[in-house]
Design a protein around this ligand. Structure first.
Ligand code: ZN
Length: 415
């Protein structure tokens, strides 16, 4: 049996004896913390924890590895429930175009944006995509990400979407963290269907989905519900078809306009609706009494200079809020979850505690992992972040330029 003990933990954060569905509304303002703690791990699973003061000692030291946290904080590893980690090339040219005044939509209209990534992805081999994705995955793991969702959506034809899904399957097999795969064929309408969106939707539903289901390649089905992309009705039709093939809905919703994306998500029972820059009373009302997690992607809003989503209104309405990176080459080339949580505090006026709940328990829910990830709970996967000593929890988000991560533990092992 592999046994690991972490001692002298300055603060053990998000320690909860039992699993929680999610943390919503006012409860988001609190994160349980045990000062001066220890944590025991067995075979990669959290076994027990407590305070150093009540430390009863260990009867059997055989094979026990001990890590001294030196008063650093221990967090559950972050869950990143929305990424586009598999892609062919970076897009810093468009970044410069935006600096010079073009909007994201203008760049897309000129053949940039998603269609640019699509063109490059179609030319890349599965091995090339796998190799570059491994590097990105290793980078985000070193930044504390302990579970990640990865989308397709740069293939936009049968062969290339399947190629992306097979890359994600290889990443799942490689590990070491849990990965969820999302089919996002409805990310954009490809050039060859420019004047035949209906034809492309038929291709998604009648040909791509059965092929994906036959190989069980996707956990979720996602749609970019947005003007010039897919309408609310089209999104519902695609998501319902995905459900018939065993894929749970997710939505890129209300990023550039009041697109009906939130409503499409709630109506189809989506596990999450993501972005939410353009959300008002109607969307908030729709989200109440649903099982859909509102998920904020502050990196993309920051990088594109979009308005901030009304995070406070969502929380004040009693809703839960999750955060993810949206890591992708066009609108957020960062998968750094600490940076995302810091942005929630600075720009969305969420407190550090709310940000931590958003990036752990709530983002675990948004990828269906709330029974195993997102909190320090006995029986959960031992994916942890150990920080350097810090004066408080808020310091992690306050010192936004410092790398405060001392080490990352995945499945009970230091990576
Ligand atoms: Zn996205």
């Amino acid at each position: 049996m592999q046994k690991l003990l972490i001692k002298n933990i300055g603060a053990l954060v998000q320690a909860r004896p039992k699993s929680s569905k999610w943390i919503a509304g006012k409860e988001m303002a609190t994160v349980p913390i045990i000062q001066d703690a220890w944590l025991a791990i067995e075979n990669g699973i959290i076994a027990d924890y407590g305070t150093m003061e009540e430390w009863t000692g260990i009867s059997d030291w055989t094979g026990l590895e001990v890590i001294d946290a030196n008063e650093g904080f221990v967090f559950p590893a972050w869950c990143d429930s929305h990424t586009h980690l598999v892609y062919a090339t970076s897009r810093e040219g468009e970044f410069v175009d935006r600096i010079k005044g073009l909007s994201y939509e203008e760049i897309a209209a000129r053949g940039g944006g998603i269609l640019n990534s699509s063109q490059k992805l179609r030319l890349a081999t599965e091995d090339e995509l796998y190799e570059s994705a491994c590097k990105r995955l290793d980078e985000v793991i070193s930044l504390g990400t302990g579970a990640i969702e990865i989308k397709t959506g740069y293939g936009l034809d049968m062969e290339s979407e399947l190629k992306m899904l097979r890359v994600i399957r290889r990443l799942k097999e490689r590990g070491p963290i849990r990965i969820k795969a999302t089919f996002l064929g409805a990310h954009a309408v490809p050039v060859e269907f420019k004047n035949d969106k209906e034809g492309y939707i038929r291709l998604l539903i009648e040909e791509m989905m059965p092929a994906i289901a036959a190989e069980k390649l996707a956990d979720y089905c996602d749609v970019f519900c947005e003007r010039n992309y897919f309408t609310e009705e089209e999104s519902i039709c695609i998501l319902e078809a995905g459900k018939k093939h065993g894929m749970i809905p997710k939505v890129h919703a209300n990023q550039l306009s009041c697109s009906g994306g939130v409503q499409a998500g709630v109506k189809t029972g989506a596990i999450s609706v993501d972005h939410l820059e353009y959300v008002g009373e109607a969307e908030i009302a729709a989200l109440k009494n649903s099982d859909t997690m509102p998920t904020l992607l502050p990196g993309a809003a920051y990088f594109l200079g979009l308005p901030w989503p009304p995070a406070r209104q969502l929380i004040d309405a009693g809703l839960p809020v999750a955060v993810a990176s949206d890591m992708n080459p066009g609108s957020c080339p960062s998968g750094n979850m600490v940076q995302m949580m810091s942005l929630l505090c600075v720009t969305h006026k969420m407190t550090p505690e709310e940000a931590i709940n958003a990036g752990t328990i709530n983002s675990a829910y948004a990828m269906g992992l709330q029974e195993t990830h997102g909190s320090i709970t006995p029986g959960y996967v031992a994916n942890l972040v150990i920080t350097k000593p810090m004066p408080s929890l808020a310091y992690l988000m306050y010192a936004f330029g410092s790398n405060l991560i001392e080490s990352v533990i995945v499945n009970g092992k230091k990576v």
